[in-house]
Design a protein around this ligand. Sequence first.
Ligand SMILES: Nc1ncnc2c1ncn2[C@@H]1O[C@H](COP(=O)(O)OP(=O)(O)O)[C@@H](O)[C@H]1O
Ligand SMILES: [Mg+2]
Length: 265
Amino acid sequence: MIRLEHLSKVFQTGTVNENAAIRDVNLTVKEGDFITIIGSNGSGKTTLFNLITGTYPPTEGNIYIRGKDVSREPEFKRARYIGRIFQDPLLGTASNMSLEDNMMITYRKGFKGLKVSLNGKMRDFFREKLVPLQMGLEDRMKDNVGLLSGGQRQALTLLMMVLSQPALILLDEHTAALDPKNAQIVLDLTTRFVEEYKLTTMMITHNMSQAIRYGTRLLMMDLGEIILDVEGKEKQNLTVEKLVDKFHEIREKTFVSDEALLSQG
Ligand SMILES: Nc1ncnc2c1ncn2[C@@H]1O[C@H](COP(=O)(O)OP(=O)(O)O)[C@@H](O)[C@H]1O
Ligand SMILES: [Mg+2]
């Protein structure tokens, strides 16, 4: 359903700082895949997302989503069917607006032009959706989102994204800025939504054991390339040690300097 063909991104072409952040990446993401992505800092994970969302045009190659070549489609158009969550909880919701207004805006996105308005029925629907988050947000629908904690905001962002029914969900270390307890809550919620709504998902994490434990498929990136792509039994049988070994095998270099990638929390 999503295909990346010979995708490349070079920054600052022709200068001494020329940097090939993505190098000839080929990838087919199947409908319903839940992909975890690991790779050391600067390996190109975020840039890959930026190319998929249209934040930057690719230097070379093409991106197909559900058969359509979207490589040259502007970011705002792709945002209608690609949901993205960042590390920073402030980026997903509008601080100076109420929960219900925030939810209404995203919900409208899913209707592609149909008029729906915030009425009693809609409020009941939102309340019903907020209850399972178990954060008491169903009683705070008129509060400004700016009053919520980081964990509550990420959970709300996640819920809103699900309501907008995107074809693809991109999570860029979306729990990394949260305390361990809230990170776990948001992660659990993520898995629940992905399974319940059969969402096609790509999730970047700096935590290897998380990447192994969650998802149906695992990618490892290094120097702008996908150097490992495993799923099914092979993924289930992975351990952090095996991953490190594989990386050594493939690249013949050590992770020693990269403590973040080795964190097992
Ligand atoms: N807008 C940009 N301009 C120039 N270089 C960039 C830009 N975005 C990313 N890069 C470079 O591309 C490489 C990959 O970065 P990034 O995709 O952010 O890595 P990751 O998310 O895996 O840590 C890095 O060398 C980074 O400095
Ligand atoms: Mg990144």
